[in-house]
Design a protein around this ligand. Sequence first.
Ligand SMILES: *[C@@H]1O[C@H](CO)[C@@H](O)[C@H](O)[C@H]1NC(C)=O
Ligand SMILES: *[C@@H]1O[C@H](CO)[C@@H](O)[C@H](O)[C@H]1NC(C)=O
Ligand SMILES: *[C@@H]1O[C@H](CO)[C@@H](O)[C@H](O)[C@H]1NC(C)=O
Ligand SMILES: *[C@@H]1O[C@H](CO)[C@@H](O)[C@H](O)[C@H]1NC(C)=O
Ligand SMILES: *[C@@H]1O[C@H](CO)[C@@H](O)[C@H](O)[C@H]1NC(C)=O
Length: 514
Amino acid sequence: MLQEDVQYYRSGIIVCYRKMCSIINLLLLSGIIHCVSSKQPNILLVVADDYGFHDIGYHNSEIKTPTLNRLAGEGVKLENYYVQPICTPTRSQLLSGRYQIHTGLQHGIIWWSQPNGLPLNSPTIADKLKEAGYSTHAVGKWHLGFYKKEYLPTSRGFDSFFGYLGGSEDYYAHTTCDSLIPNSCGYDLRDNLTVTNQTGRYSTHLFTERAVDIVKQHDQNKPLFLYLPYQAVHGPLQVPDSYVKQYDFIQDKNRRIYAGMVTCMDEGVKNVTDAFMEAGFWNNTIMIFTTDNGGQVLAGGNNWPLRGWKGSLWEGGMHGVGFVHGQALKNKGYVNDALIHVSDWYPTLVKLGGGNLNGTLPLDGFDQWATISEDAPAVRSELLHNIDPMTKLAGKRMFPDTFDNRIRAALRVGDWKILTGKPGDSHWVPPPHLQVDKNLTIPCTNSQDQNLWLFNIKDDPNERRELSAVYPDIVKSMLDRLDYYSNTAVPVRYPNPDPQANPNLHGGVWGPWE
Ligand SMILES: *[C@@H]1O[C@H](CO)[C@@H](O)[C@H](O)[C@H]1NC(C)=O
Ligand SMILES: *[C@@H]1O[C@H](CO)[C@@H](O)[C@H](O)[C@H]1NC(C)=O
Ligand SMILES: *[C@@H]1O[C@H](CO)[C@@H](O)[C@H](O)[C@H]1NC(C)=O
Ligand SMILES: *[C@@H]1O[C@H](CO)[C@@H](O)[C@H](O)[C@H]1NC(C)=O
Ligand SMILES: *[C@@H]1O[C@H](CO)[C@@H](O)[C@H](O)[C@H]1NC(C)=O
């Protein structure tokens, strides 16, 4: 009898083989008993918001992240890892395993007043892990739609939710305004469906405290999935002074406060991982740490030496910070160079958790566990960064018979990356106090009408040598590939703001209005 074939049932009395599971599936589905494989790991998925490539201690020793440095050092650092350029898109791919072109979320974030959300026909990673027997909890930022109750985290596979539904807000007051409709400001923080008044408490402390409570109260007969998307380190720039003191040497005020916010988040991760240790199940826990997009240079973040920043299809917008930690990793303490994307966590974690991918629409993510755990050959050779037909067209169309290069898009094939249309701000931005040669910060090739760029990212990770004129065949074949993807896209869903969303109509609180 193989150990991994044994299933323990919650009652602690019944022990059976995997095959028997289907026989008593009805009981399982009815929630009377739960099937728990002895191998199912707990999963801690930590997301940092707007966290730049140059903002973690192991990329820039000026920023103090002792916990993240240690965990990444003990685990696997992902250095060819990609996310999307902004919040909702990354989170939608993380939770659905599907590209934006397949969910209608190609363009922009979900604004508070937009009746929009991650489509309900895409089961979330939490749905699949819950189905596999996990306790599932979300603590922090949602940003995947809330205009109807069906889109809230507790309707999307999470047993509990503690956090805010929108994209950003004041860290202490937990209030925010939506610029799309006039005079629409409101409070946004909930415990499941109930609004909870936490005015005055800093969100990194609040979310850490809740995550620690969940770990402490967790019934270890079930595996735990804890999704912890911190508010940190997105703007507004706010943090208790005590975290900023050690950064007196940083003169730029935004950067100094931002650094303090990072260090506070690092302490939060320490508290949460300590709680796992104290509860005695850290050694059966897989932790993923990921940013959601590149740093926002206008709010303290930095991605040096990468080009561009948050919101752009340049590397600074998407080449993300990420690592994996856990006893289950076969190789530990190394840097992984395989192409890995945020959409890959869905199949990777669902399979690792003993779940199945039944009932999902075709996934765009790949199971990367062997690649990460054993440094096995890469399974992903291609990555569609995005195609956004709603952004204004740029310049002239080059070829009538393939992808229209006036459209904003980017695609990676092997080491090659193509960008088309208006990819966003293309400057290289060093951190405020770093003295660099001015020539290194000025885009070399940009004319106003340029709408196509080709780079070899392996040789030129900072996108300094534009090669489209040297390799016309590669350009053509990559445009053909974009054309292929474009033909699989669903229409963009980016509805007009709905005045009914205004918190003034709902007791001063953001929440479902339909
Ligand atoms: C949220 O829901 C979970 C699961 O039903 C429950 O355990 C928890 O007590 C709820 N929290 C609140 C504040 O109602
Ligand atoms: C929260 O409580 C404070 C007073 O303790 C009050 O001023 C504030 O209006 C309350 N906020 C909400 C959203 O209920
Ligand atoms: C971490 O725990 C310590 C000790 O309880 C506490 O003082 C600190 O505020 C916590 N940090 C965060 C970020 O929650
Ligand atoms: C994990 O920790 C528990 C409790 O401390 C211990 O019994 C078990 O042997 C450990 N497992 C591994 C694989 O280290
Ligand atoms: C998943 O689908 C396959 C093929 O349809 C089926 O054989 C299998 O039993 C399903 N698994 C579960 C857990 O539903």
